[in-house]
Design a protein around this ligand. Structure first.
Ligand code: PEP
Ligand code: MG
Length: 627
């Protein structure tokens, strides 16, 4: 039996074990730490400049190392920190504060950063929000250097840990860079999202990272053996031998098992970055079924990536894929994939607002440039398929085609070499596209089903909202009937139809999907072994029988019982920054300013209402605060 299992949100996947080092306070911005300097202010100013120079040298070294490993995008993140560090206005404000108030340099850095962060926060601008995390990170690094004699550095703290798993407040880029160098095996944090630069770096380095609700829960577990399960989203404290082995073995699928032939189904891979394919084993894989290009746009900080930059990234992809078909999806920006440099006004319902081609109604050059870059990068013998997300109707298809023609005309006019033979398809993600699929099929070369969004829009259930997660049911009979109808129509039209949503990697649902007639499945690189292995075990006749029963079902429960099981962990609640789960009713609630909270054994619990708070207090023998 494991001593404690803590649910987590996975920021960077992977399963690993080690010894827990909990660093409270580290990476906290010590704004409250107001210390005056005993030295004369000029000496303090000088010390500040020395540390800026030394940090700059260190960051420059990191940039060179990352570039040496062809981690260009990761190097750009650190380069942006370097630019910020050289900002003369920032230096001037710190010098002025040290001279005027006599504060020690590290306190002045904290104060100035705090003032700037407050201004950023008050402007509610996504660009500034992005910069805020970087500024915070830089200020923290400077403060640590300036305070060196008083605070331990990370290397010192981890010196005696055996295979350290580092628990730290926030997933900041500098922490991830240091952690990687110091041999940290995984990170456990309480702040940071999957979109943060820290998470991007962790994923690029293959360093598992998970987020838990609060580090307090680890207070008594310093030095314990822990297992970070960044597949299932759990942190195990002192797991027993069997549990440990099962979890680690689960991600180590032997090669001879995963590579058998599954004639009925073609398996494709989905990626967010061509580097995922650097050492990829292509056996049994048809090609790239989905390349989500928006990552390049999201990693960019100042403006949309240029045509040349995009060409470099796409070219690498085509080189890695050789003559296999590659499906490049044009940027699906907006919704849950905002970009900081697009300052569109606030949207109450971003999923129903400016997404994908809708952005191009205002900025047509966005799609024109991307299509030019894709076509130029695919020159030669490469097999290109361009996939357009969120195409709701034929009107949108025609609009997109106007821009594609413009892109092609401009390439001809400039006499540039590009790929002239390519296929085009739509991702069916809205009820309107389902309804008009037959018409769309007359125009497209192929199509995909984007179940992640399709389920959201079919049921009007937001895909990332924890409070309605149990209503987000990709295996609902309505979804199955929709998929069946799409399969039939595509077959009649003689067009390929691939399944691109997360359901395709759900091994429990695979027999059903195959039974529905889906013959092209697209899954992430890490899901390939498990999905491939499961496909090898399926009998088509059994799959069809399962599909027949499930298609007739009245409820999702009937489908689940036919498949034999519960909903997947993917449907479980995701807790974001500033949120907690009510331990009584399981609703996601806010932490800040929540009037219903109780502390039990050092852990603070938050509730949705006085009712849940009272129930919790009664069952734990606590007395409620009066008033
Ligand atoms: C989908 O919606 O199923 C899909 C493939 O697109 P994304 O998850 O990137 O929105
Ligand atoms: Mg989608």
């Amino acid at each position: 039996m494991c001593e404690l299992i803590i649910p987590c949100e996975v920021l960077s996947p992977g399963v690993t074990e080690g010894q827990l080092s909990v660093l409270h306070g580290w990476s906290e911005h010590s704004h409250s730490d107001v210390q005056h300097s005993f030295a004369d202010p000029e000496t303090e100013v000088q010390r500040f400049h020395q540390q800026v120079a030394s940090l700059a040298e260190n960051l420059q070294g990191i940039v060179s190392r990352l570039e040496g490993e062809s981690l260009q995008a990761e190097a750009d993140i650190v380069r942006a920190h370097l630019m910020m560090l050289g900002d003369r206005k920032f230096h001037g404000r710190i010098e002025e504060m040290v001279r005027r108030t006599g504060l020690a340099a590290h306190s002045a850095v904290g104060r100035v950063a705090e003032e700037m962060l407050q201004i950023f926060a008050s402007m509610k601008d996504p660009v500034l929000a992005e910069r805020a995390a970087d500024l915070k990170d830089l200020a923290m690094q400077l403060q640590d250097r300036l305070r060196h004699s008083e605070s331990k550095d990370l290397a010192e703290v981890l010196a005696h840990a055996n295979q350290p798993i580092l628990a730290i407040r926030e997933l900041l880029p500098s922490i991830v860079l240091q952690a990687r160098q110091l041999g940290v095996r995984a990170l456990v944090v309480e702040r940071g999202t999957g979109f943060s630069h820290g998470a991007i770096l962790a994923r690029a380095f293959g360093l598992p990272a998970v987020r838990i609700a609060g580090l307090e829960v680890l207070e008594t577990t310093e030095g314990a053996r822990v297992l970070v399960d960044g597949q299932r989203g759990e942190l195990l404290i002192e797991p027993d031998e069997q549990e440990r082995r099962d979890r680690i073995e689960a991600v180590r699928v032997p090669a001879e098992v995963i590579r058998c032939h599954h004639a009925a189904v073609r398996l494709w891979v989905s990626i967010v970055d061509p580097r995922e394919l650097e050492a990829f084993d292509w056996r049994e894989i048809q090609g790239v079924g989905l390349y989500r290009t928006e990552t390049i746009f999201m990693e960019h900080r100042e403006d949309f990536p240029s045509e040349d930059e995009q060409i470099r990234v796409y070219r690498r992809l085509f080189e890695l894929c050789g003559d296999r078909p590659v499906t490049v999806r044009t940027a699906d920006l907006g919704g849950d994939k905002p970009v900081s440099y697009l300052s569109a006004s606030h949207e109450d319902n971003p999923y129903l607002g400016l997404r994908a081609h809708r952005v191009c109604r205002y900025l047509p050059e966005l799609l024109i440039t991307q299509v030019r870059a894709i076509l130029r990068a695919a020159r030669g013998n490469h097999r290109l398929r361009i996939l357009y997300p969120m195409v709701e109707s034929l009107d949108q298809w025609h609009f997109i085609q106007t821009l594609v023609r413009e892109a092609i005309d401009s390439l001809h006019a400039e006499r540039l070499v590009f790929q002239e033979r390519f296929e085009q398809g739509v991702l069916v993600e809205t009820p309107s596209a389902v309804w008009d699929f037959r018409r769309l099929l007359k125009h497209v070369d192929f199509a995909g089903i984007g179940t992640n969004d399709l389920v959201q829009y079919l049921f009007a259930v937001e895909r990332n909202n924890a409070n309605v997660a149990d209503l987000y049911q990709p295996e609902h009979p309505i979804v199955l009937r929709v998929m069946r109808s799409l399969v039939r129509q595509a077959r009649q039209a003689g067009k390929d139809l691939s399944l691109c949503g997360e359901v395709a990697r759900n091994t429990r649902l695979l027999p059903l999907l195959v039974g529905l007639g889906l013959r092209d499945l697209t899954v992430g690189v890490r899901s390939v072994p498990a999905v491939s292995e499961r496909l090898c075990t399926l009998q088509i006749a059994d799959c069809r029988q399962i599909a027949r029963v499930c298609l007739r079902a009245d409820s999702v429960e009937e489908v689940r019982s036919c498949l034999g099981g519960m909903p997947d962990r993917d449907d479980s609640q995701k807790v974001s920054k500033g949120q907690a789960i009510d331990p009584v009713c399981s609703m996601t609630v806010r932490r800040m300013g929540n009037p219903y909270s109780l502390v039990l054994e050092g852990v603070t619990y938050y509730f949705c209402s006085a009712r849940c708070q009272t129930r919790f207090a009664e069952s734990n023998g606590l007395s409620l605060p009066s008033g």
